[in-house]
Design a protein around this ligand. Structure first.
Ligand code: SF4
Length: 476
């Protein structure tokens, strides 16, 4: 019995040991391997923030004396820049809880993935499009599944878009033209803190010179969120009745009579529906911003689909567009790169040698919970912090390879941890903003280790080793 098969038999016990060892290693890292900033001052302008889907590209960064100061970044963005000098960066590979030499760690990762019958390659939204392309090549070579953050956030929105089509535009057009923003099922004041000030409400636009005095905001949310508190109209909907309200709005927009039962089902009065329709018809350029509150509630992909139909119908009266408030900075990037390479946006299976697409079957949560997945390669996703409990429990029983920047929950279920690079800051990279516009993020510093230059670099090395091992096994 070789070492790997022996390990798989006693894996749950080993993972508990790994959990303790990793905790120990992390505390050691903080004591002895503090990442050093370059000496002297480094000032960079027009830096891209690679945190949320807005990919703000006007950030100023000053690195001096082991300190980072940012200008224009929100608190969430600033926290990401601080990770560059954080004491708990993962700066060396860890295999089964022990510090390991780089190439040996890559080889162990390759062995685990090659042995699997149904490996899952999960490409997180914080890595670059270039790294994602390399990850897809690995999935194809191994005949595995490939998935990303879409399947645990805006996947239903993508499916709705495929069914209905999207009237879209760029964030720049929203900034310069929109005089009505409808935030549906989202709270951008907290999730995308610069959203209102950059693109919708508080900035002056080329065609909206008065700024906030020339713009109106509607928030559809079951809670009185911090964004709802700023709105001209807060539509307090009953949870899970988005589809019914969207349908009623389409009826009201056409000037037809809305069924009275809508009031009871949605909790929204007829007066509010009429007011909302009047505001839509009175605007010159309206935007519906879809949040996860619409994509992840009862109705799933049907909600974004009918919201997109509503936006299409609004164009009979005025100019209207609809956009998804993507959460991670490169959520949209995986949909783009997977679509170029396979024709499908997420949840792709290569087990038959060609790509197949089936959300609900090949999506990561479903495949893991059914017990099909027998190895996982996770890149910049901190998957353990996002999956439901049952899926995380499954991860405890299969080999897991992770490329991570910091030790989050994923580190505790990982057999191999390869240090991650902060793409877009420590190496150049391409990121797709929430409006699907590609942004080239320039690096302004370097990774705190020598063995890899970027996550793409790491994945290409892994790909090379897997290819070589497979050829050796096939006797070529
Ligand atoms: Fe970064 Fe998003 Fe904040 Fe902009 S709004 S600075 S992209 S976290």
């Amino acid at each position: 019995m070789n070492q790997l098969s022996l390990i798989s038999e006693v894996r749950p016990a080993i993972k508990e040991v790994i959990r303790l060892e990793v905790s120990q290693l992390i505390s050691n890292v903080s004591k002895v391997e503090t990442v050093k900033a370059k000496q002297g001052k480094v000032k960079c302008t027009d830096v891209t923030c690679t945190v949320c889907g807005m990919s703000c590209d006007d950030i100023e960064v000053l690195m001096a004396n082991d300190e980072i100061t940012t200008k224009n970044a929100c608190t969430i963005g600033d926290a990401r820049f601080q990770v560059l000098l954080s004491h708990d960066r993962i700066v060396y590979p860890v295999v089964y809880g022990e510090r390991q030499e780089w190439m040996r760690a890559v080889e162990t990762a390759a062995d685990m993935l090659i042995k699997a019958k149904r490996p899952l390659i999960f490409l997180g939204g914080e890595t670059s499009t270039e790294a994602m392309a390399a990850g897809i090549e690995i999935a194809e070579l191994l005949g595995g599944l490939v998935d990303g953050n879409s399947s645990i956030c805006h996947g239903p929105t993508i499916m709705g878009l495929q069914n209905t089509g999207q009237v879209g535009c760029t964030l720049g057009e929203c900034r310069n033209r929109s005089d009505l923003s409808i935030y549906w099922g989202c709270n951008p004041s907290e999730s995308h803190p610069r959203h209102l000030s950059r693109h919708s409400m508080y900035n002056r636009g080329f065609f909206v010179e008065q700024g906030s005095r020339g713009r109106k905001m509607i928030v559809v949310d079951s809670r009185l969120s911090s964004t709802a508190a700023l709105a001209d109209l807060h539509v307090q909907i009953k949870p899970g009745s988005d589809y019914e309200l969207l349908d009623a709005l389409m009826v009201a927009l056409r000037g037809e009579e809305v069924n009275e039962a809508v009031e009871k089902v949605t909790g929204v009065s007829m007066d509010t529906i009429d007011k909302l329709v009047d505001m839509v018809k009175a605007c010159k350029f309206g935007v519906i911003w879809m949040g996860l509150g619409i994509a992840s509630t009862r109705g799933k992909s049907h909600n974004p689909a009918i919201a997109m139909r509503l936006a299409q119908l609004c164009n009979d009266y005025t100019k209207f567009v609809i956009l998804a408030n993507r959460v991670e900075c490169n959520d949209a990037g995986l949909n783009q790169v997977l679509t170029w390479t396979t024709g499908f946006p997420f949840a792709v299976d290569f087990s038959r040698g060609y790509p197949r697409y089936q959300p609900g079957e090949y999506t990561c949560v479903d495949a893991i919970c059914r017990g099909e997945v027998d190895a996982v390669l996770s890149i910049s996703a901190d998957l353990g912090g996002h999956l439901p409990k049952k899926a995380v429990e499954r991860l405890m029983n299969v080999p897991v390879v992770s490329i991570e920047v910091s030790p989050g929950p994923q580190a505790f279920v990982s057999d191999v941890i390869l240090p991650g690079v902060i793409d877009g800051m420590e190496c150049d990279g391409t990121f797709y903003r929430m409006d699907n516009v590609p942004i080239r993020a320039r690096s302004f510093t370097e990774p705190p280790f020598e063995f890899t230059k970027s996550n793409e670099d790491t994945l290409r090395m892994l790909l090379k080793v897997i290819k070589q091992k497979k050829e050796d096994m096939e006797g070529r």
